[in-house]
Design a protein around this ligand. Structure first.
Ligand SMILES: Cc1cc2nc3c(=O)[nH]c(=O)nc-3n(C[C@H](O)[C@H](O)[C@H](O)COP(=O)(O)OP(=O)(O)OC[C@H]3O[C@@H](n4cnc5c(N)ncnc54)[C@H](O)[C@@H]3O)c2cc1C
Length: 443
């Protein structure tokens, strides 16, 4: 019933984790305010999943739509919570919510400490992915791609970047660089099918022969790789670019001449078995891989300047999760040695770059079980009180000069994008900037 007492919870971030957290909270009877940095909800499901995975994205959008039209959920987009955003973390905490659930993803950049990592022509995958998926402001910045692109990392994000280079940019050569060997690759074979047409079998065989002695020294059988390769179809002419691998190579320096990237310097590695784990050990031998663009696809970390206690790439959660599983979701203040009462993290904000949407969903749903247990220890409030807190949020945002958008606004934007896409006879079309979207809403 609309007037029944409720708990009021703010979920910060409307990616998959935040949205599924909102759904679980609403199902448990809470009123939820979703505060999201981007105008549109969806996070990396909207701005990360590869360009032409239309079916997957539209399926997720339909699920998100059901959550966002639940009367117990209020969406406020284009609102940044952070120490440098519209509302600081401590200001939000002072507004009177019964719990705060941070689902802001992993917005920080993982720098490897490679010299030249910040040169023009060197990108971190998330920024490039945001750019080609048209997330403002990344969509508005140029990300020129050269002809020879070195991608550091061999996970699914590398496959997406290779796909972009092979089919959506004007690249001739894509070199995927791994510190370890082919047996330690992290991408899924099904994902790799999207770039199979660019995959150069002859160059792969050559590479396997080059590293054969080092594989053998680690007890790995190169022939297994060649047999698996023989079972795969050779690349077709669809892709102009060719994709090759460079294994056992640890990036050391991006080399630039006259301000342009000309190579990536790597140290050759060998494999060392430590128990179950195979690690790469530098041999001291340095080689240069000619390239004009470098993309680091090595995962992300959370934003350390956000305003939550931070340590080594993660927000700090309570100790001893093995004794109390809720500890893994409960934000902890190491300065006071106490939990931040009622403050939780879920999804990639809890474990940066950890898995696919299904995993973020599961993490959110598990986290919300602990949030609900916390809420049960607190009195509910009348709906009039809940409305007062909601009004205080709107007030604080207005005072900060934020232009929050509602889910009705998002639907107007999406309807306009759909009709423009139909006119242009393309599958999907997105506004490039926040200004364009906000201008439409003012019409
Ligand atoms: C390149 C790439 C491709 C992927 N492809 C697939 C795929 O094909 N299939 C699949 O299942 N999974 C895929 N994933 C994984 C999937 O996208 C993630 O598992 C999932 O999006 C993580 O959800 P999240 O909600 O934790 O974080 P995110 O999706 O990152 O969402 C974070 C949300 O928080 C908001 N936010 C950030 N900072 C703030 C702030 N300061 N204040 C307020 N709001 C904030 C953002 O606007 C965003 O909406 C891919 C990931 C990447 C990087």
């Amino acid at each position: 019933m609309a007037d029944d007492p409720v708990h009021l919870v703010a979920v910060i971030g409307a990616g998959p984790a935040g949205l599924f957290a909102a759904r679980a909270l609403a199902a448990a009877g809470a009123r939820v305010v979703l505060l999201n940095r981007d105008i549109k909800p969806g996070g990396l499901a909207e701005y990360g999943i590869f360009l032409n995975k239309y079916k997957m994205k539209s399926g997720l959008r339909r699920q998100f739509h059901r959550i966002l039209t639940d009367p117990r959920v209020t969406y406020l987009g284009h609102v940044t919570i952070s120490n440098k955003g519209d509302l600081k973390v401590r200001d939000l905490a002072a507004l009177g919510f019964d719990a705060l659930v941070y689902a802001i993803g992993a917005q920080g950049t993982k720098y490897l400490g490679v010299e030249g990592e910040r040169l023009p022509g060197v990108y971190h995958a998330k920024d490039l992915v945001y750019h080609y998926n048209r997330l403002p402001p990344f969509s508005e910045r140029p990300f020129p791609m050269g002809r020879r692109v070195a991608i550091v990392g061999v996970g699914n994000v590398m496959v997406d970047i290779a796909n972009y280079c092979a089919h959506f940019a004007d690249c001739d050569e894509i070199i995927a660089i791994a510190r370890r060997g082919p047996f330690e690759k992290a991408y899924d074979d099904r994902e790799f099918e999207d770039v199979e047409d660019a995959f150069d079998h002859a160059l792969y065989r050559e590479e396997i022969e080059r590293i054969r002695p080092r594989l053998q020294a680690a007890g790995q059988n190169a022939d297994e790789l060649l047999t698996a390769l023989a079972a795969k179809p050779e690349g077709s002419p669809r892709a102009r670019a060719r994709l090759r691998f460079r294994f056992l190579a640890s990036p050391k320096r991006v080399v630039a001449e006259n301000g342009r990237v000309v190579a990536l310097e790597v140290e050759e590695t060998r494999l060392e078995r430590k128990g179950e784990r195979i690690s790469a050990v530098g041999t001291g031998e340095i080689t240069r891989i000619p390239c004009d663009t470098v993309v680091f696809a090595v995962g992300d970390r959370v934003d350390e300047r956000f305003g939550l206690p931070y340590r080594e790439g993660l927000y700090v959660t309570a100790p001893a999760p093995e004794r109390d599983p809720s500890a893994a979701y409960q934000v902890w203040d190491p300065e006071t040695g106490q939990p931040l009462a009622g403050t939780f993290v879920v999804g990639w904000a809890r474990r940066a770059s950890d898995g696919v949407v299904g995993r973020a969903k599961l993490d959110a749903e598990t986290g919300i079980k602990h949030v609900v247990a916390w809420l049960e220890t607190r009195p509910k409030r009348t709906s009039a009180e809940a409305e007062r807190v909601l009004a205080a949020v709107t007030d604080a945002l207005e005072k900060a000069g934020a232009t929050a958008v509602t889910y009705e606004d998002v639907q107007r934007i999406e309807a306009e994008e759909r009709s423009r896409a139909a006119l242009a006879r393309v599958e999907e079309l997105k506004f490039k900037s926040n200004d364009e979207m906000l201008a439409l809403l003012r019409r």
